[in-house]
Design a protein around this ligand. Sequence first.
Ligand code: HEC
Length: 133
Amino acid sequence: MKRAELAVLLVLALGGTAMAQDMSYGEAEFMSSCASCHGIEARGDGPMQEVLRQRPADLTVLARENDGVFPYNRVFSTIDGRFQVPSHGDREMPIWGRHFIEEDTKTFGDKAGEIVTDERIHELTNYIKTLQR
Ligand code: HEC
């Protein structure tokens, strides 16, 4: 292999690694916890949708459907779910706040666990914000 070709390959390989490391926490968490229902591109078409009664929301049009303003607080509290009044029908989406807080208080203790859980939900909300089209 020529030196130049080798150099190009190296740049590509390192670039790929850097990209994987650059994936934000929000994106990584989305891929592992949300994409099964909402789809990798968050358009509400993940494989799990087949077994749900309700279609998972298309998370890329939340701003568009809200007069161009991303409804940050609504998204945050929907993901969290702990402080929501149950509305019509059953919620099919897991109550992530409860799920995260169980993990996080085990790992970090009560006070810090609460902060970490909030931060995880902020990261997810911010990631969804970047997906608006
Ligand atoms: C088991 C399937 C499932 C998983 C996993 C899931 N969701 Fe959902 N999600 C739904 C469904 C179904 C809805 C639509 C209505 C409902 O049940 O609340 C929804 C609605 C939402 C909404 C409301 C959108 C709006 O109109 O305000 C947000 C935000 C959301 N999901 C984010 C997430 C995030 C972030 C994750 C991962 C941490 C996640 N969801 C994981 C099924 C899922």
